[in-house]
Write a protein that binds this ligand. Structure first.
Ligand code: ADP
Ligand code: MG
Length: 239
């Protein structure tokens, strides 16, 4: 099962500066939404709000219909993958992947089954006894994805997960993420600054500017019918 996400008049300020300026958005269960926009426009803040890592200053977030504004991050059925992998350097790959399941008191047998399933899927099953320092960047990013996947959440949030990887690896990981989505059918919100990544992965693209969503539409619509010059300049076809 996957849960939809609904944002209602969502706002976030840091001190006197408003960064998210009243966002309304309805993401269907199982959608792959790609969020794009210039640096500093509020993409990470929006993901952090959905993840519960930041508290909204206004409006509401519903996941699977349930209001989650006051639900702490660990009780939300969400996993987030960041650009910086934030793996525990002294733990093995195995322990890095299963740590989140241990803290959630998932039974040992289920932990082992999930570890096997996803380490095979991500082709890191031969690396389980290594430490993060003994892995390449691409392998570390797979471990970070494995750690998110084994919890089998309803919603995945990705914040520029591939931007530290070289071009070749980025393309192969992009294909794998697309396959994962097709296979697992979870709801994904994915931030990238790579237009091709956005066009190939998204069921719908949200183009963000300065705390607002300018357009939220399938890739072909964004490309062929941008609503304004900003979207056209950022994502659309030449005028
Ligand atoms: P993006 O991910 O689109 O590059 P961010 O969401 O990281 O943008 O940041 C949006 C704006 O909010 C930026 O101006 C940034 O400096 C500011 N900001 C983000 N996090 C904080 C914070 N914890 N405290 C103060 N300002 C912040
Ligand atoms: Mg960011």
């Amino acid at each position: 099962m996957a849960s939809g996400i609904r944002l209602e008049k969502l706002r976030k300020s840091f001190g006197a500066t408003e960064v998210i300026k009243g966002i309304d958005m309805e993401i269907e269960p199982g959608e792959f939404v790609v969020l794009v926009g210039p640096s500093g426009c509020g993409k990470s803040t929006l993901l952090n709000l959905i993840a519960g890592l930041e508290t909204a200053t206004g409006g509401a977030i519903r996941i699977g219909g349930k209001l989650v504004n006051d639900v702490p991050p660990r009780d939300r059925d969400i996993a987030m993958v960041f650009q910086s992998y934030a793996l525990y350097p002294t733990k093995t790959v195995r322990d890095n992947i299963t740590f989140g399941m241990q803290t959630r008191r998932i039974p040992k047998d289920n932990q082992q089954a999930a570890l096997e399933e996803f380490s095979q899927l991500l082709q890191i099953d031969h690396l389980l006894d290594r430490k993060p320092g003994q892995l390449s960047g691409g392998q570390r990013q797979r471990v970070a994805m494995g750690r998110a996947l084994v919890r089998k959440p309803e919603v995945f949030l990705f914040d520029e997960p591939l931007s530290n990887l070289d071009a070749k690896l980025r393309i192969s990981m992009r294909t794998e993420i697309k396959k994962l989505h097709q296979r697992l059918g979870k709801t994904i919100v994915y931030v990238t600054h790579d237009q091709i990544e956005a066009m190939t992965l998204a069921t719908r693209i949200a183009v963000m500017d300065n705390g607002h969503i300018r357009q939220f539409a399938p890739p072909a619509d964004i490309y062929e019918n941008p609503v304004d010059l900003f979207v056209a300049g950022f994502m659309g076809s030449p005028p």
